[in-house]
Design a protein around this ligand. Structure first.
Ligand SMILES: [Zn+2]
Length: 89
């Protein structure tokens, strides 16, 4: 049984400038991050606090997205959608 969020990714070569927001920034901005599986369209809101504990608060969301695995069909072809928090003032 492999880890649901594998911590080792052999092909991790992304440009440093295009990693998007870090977990800390997303939490600070109160954004909601939803993972969407491309093959089966299963979507699930990510637990940012849990991800921060697992990866550290400086981990860019884009790198996390590469490591996501669908909990329904097991595919690793997942995208992420960032939704700004709507506050009822
Ligand atoms: Zn899926």
């Amino acid at each position: 049984m492999r880890n649901r969020f594998p911590t080792e990714t052999p092909t991790e070569k992304l440009p440093e400038t295009d990693d998007g927001n870090t977990i800390r920034e997303l939490i600070a901005m109160r954004h909601t991050v939803t993972a969407v599986c491309a093959p089966c369209n299963h979507h699930e809101i990510l637990d940012l606090d849990g991800l921060m504990e697992r990866y550290g608060h400086d981990m860019p969301l884009r790198r996390i997205a590469l490591r996501l695995r669908c909990t329904k069909c097991g595919a690793r072809d997942c995208g992420v959608i960032v939704t700004p928090q709507t506050r009822p003032f």
